[in-house]
Design a protein around this ligand. Structure first.
Ligand code: FES
Ligand SMILES: [Fe+2]
Length: 470
């Protein structure tokens, strides 16, 4: 019915034109096959944090769809030149150089190790140095000595660094990572993610398409219906906005009277008569029920003291100013220095970013949490690899040692709020297969990040374009 309506443009999105998109992106095997050849080998994607490869010779595999990439540190230093990335395949007869088992339940998150100076293929013993050059092959005379270095070297992959994350792009003709990140990258650089470290990280195989999973964390519009308990503490009305490849959401207000108490990110006043109390309660509720995220212990503790430190009748703006000042001082005392973020950047940075295609980050001055990455699982459009993590800024040398942990989907592992999200994901995925579903009706103001995901996916996959609804 809508298939001959105009394709939605970025300008249409800025005007909040009503839109819809087809559901094949979620459930069609053809679409999944198209992603394998047209999306994953073409986009910049986050591999891992740099600090996971601290020493020369440290390496790991990044696996997505049918692709496996070896990423390795080959030199000291903080620049991209200290790393190399190669396709994980031997040029002889195509054995994976590093065997990567499926990420089944009970499987491994990735394969990684230390102290490597070469890769030896397990099949016929061809050997490669850390630049990917072939250093040994048996009986080259059998090829009449006609094999060249270009024929026998590993295939290299582009690598870039941003915010302490390692990214790769398998497309040699792709734009630079800096260009890809664009304004989103410029804004978030102020938050110095590179100085943050993992607080925790965990993953699970989940029974829904990877896009259903990432979309479950792209918009606060679902909070009223899903996380009803949170409404007692704050208003969760949020605008959303496309930024080219990427998108942002920002707390907004339906009611202008509330504007004074409202800010676009997590630092904002709570709902209730006394902002000294309500602001603390809002931040504490998120902290306790969303896996110790969306703030830090310093911020929660400083908020808890406001009722003692500020006079009755303090305004929301006074509370926020006092809260930030005292949290900042607490952090300085323990060796955590806040980046200076210009107010206009703070405002533009909003609440959370969807970084195309599969990375979500909710950011703050000393944290990036919760953050998510989702990847497809095997050949099944009905399953995905769901990963969540928290980054935080720590005093020098005090970051915890963490590893990727497979976490069963229990409230103990994921907290009550994510369990509520999980309870939707599987059934959104199922529901969209109904012959009675006429197609999504995304909210053009609050769910633009979801629409933008599909708009950008279509640019790669060549199908599934969002179109005007009317
Ligand atoms: S496939 Fe690697 S040496 Fe033969
Ligand atoms: Fe949620």
């Amino acid at each position: 019915m809508t298939s001959n309506r105009p394709i939605l443009t970025a300008e249409d999105m800025d005007r909040e034109v009503l839109a819809t998109y087809p559901t094949e992106a979620f459930n069609s095997r053809e679409y999944l096959a198209a992603e394998k050849t047209l999306l994953w080998p073409k986009v910049w994607q986050m591999v891992e944090r740099m600090e996971d490869l601290p020493d020369v010779g440290d390496w790991l595999t990044y696996n997505v769809a049918d692709e496996s990439i070896i990423v390795m540190r080959v030199a000291e230093g903080e620049g991209a030149e200290a790393f190399r990335a190669f396709h994980n395949v031997c040029p002889h007869r195509g054995r994976q150089l590093i065997s990567v088992p499926a990420m089944d339940s009970g499987g491994v998150h990735d394969v990684r190790g230390k102290g490597r100076s070469s890769f030896v293929c397990g099949f016929h013993g061809w050997t490669y140095d850390t630049e990917g050059r072939n250093t040994y092959l048996l009986d080259p005379q059998n090829w009449q000595n006609k094999l060249t270095a270009e024929m026998t070297c590993l295939s290299t992959v582009k690598l870039g660094l941003w915010g302490g994350f390692i990214y790769i792009n398998m497309d040699p003709d792709s734009v630079s990572l800096k260009e890809w990140m664009g304004r989103c990258g410029e804004i978030l650089e102020h938050f110095e993610f590179d100085k943050m470290r993992y607080k925790w990280r965990q993953w699970a195989i989940y029974p829904c398409n990877w896009k259903v999973a990432i979309e479950a964390f792209l918009e606060p519009y679902h909070i009223s219906g899903t996380h009803t308990q949170l409404l007692a503490f704050g208003d969760y009305y949020a605008a959303s906005q496309q930024y080219g490849w990427h998108s942002v959401s920002k707390y907004d207000t339906r009611d202008d009277q509330f504007k004074m108490a409202q800010a676009s990110g997590t630092v904002r006043a709570g709902k209730g008569g006394d902002p000294r109390v309500s602001t603390y309660e809002l931040i504490r509720e998120n902290w306790e029920t969303v896996m110790n995220t969306a703030s830090t212990e310093t911020l929660v503790n400083a908020a808890s003291r406001m009722v003692d430190e500020l006079p009755e009748g303090s305004t929301p703006a006074e509370c926020i100013a006092h809260w930030l000042k005292s949290a900042k001082a607490d952090d300085v005392a323990r060796g955590v220095i806040w980046p200076e973020i210009p107010p206009e950047i703070q405002a533009e940075s909003g609440l959370a970013w969807g970084i195309f295609p599969n990375q979500n980050i909710l950011h703050g001055v000393t944290f990036a949490s919760p953050a998510y990455r989702v990847r497809p699982y095997g050949d099944d459009p009905n399953q995905c690899i769901f990963e969540a993590y928290a980054l935080e800024r720590y005093p020098e040398g005090e970051a915890p040692v963490t590893h990727w942990v497979e976490a069963e989907k229990t409230e103990e592992n994921w907290g009550p709020v994510l369990m509520q999200d999980f309870a939707n994901m599987e059934f959104v995925h199922k529901g969209m297969k109904s012959s009675g579903f006429r197609g999504p009706l995304p909210n053009p103001h609050q769910e633009q990040k979801v629409i933008n995901l599909h708009r950008n996916l279509a640019k790669f996959v060549g199908r599934g374009q969002p179109r005007h609804l009317l």
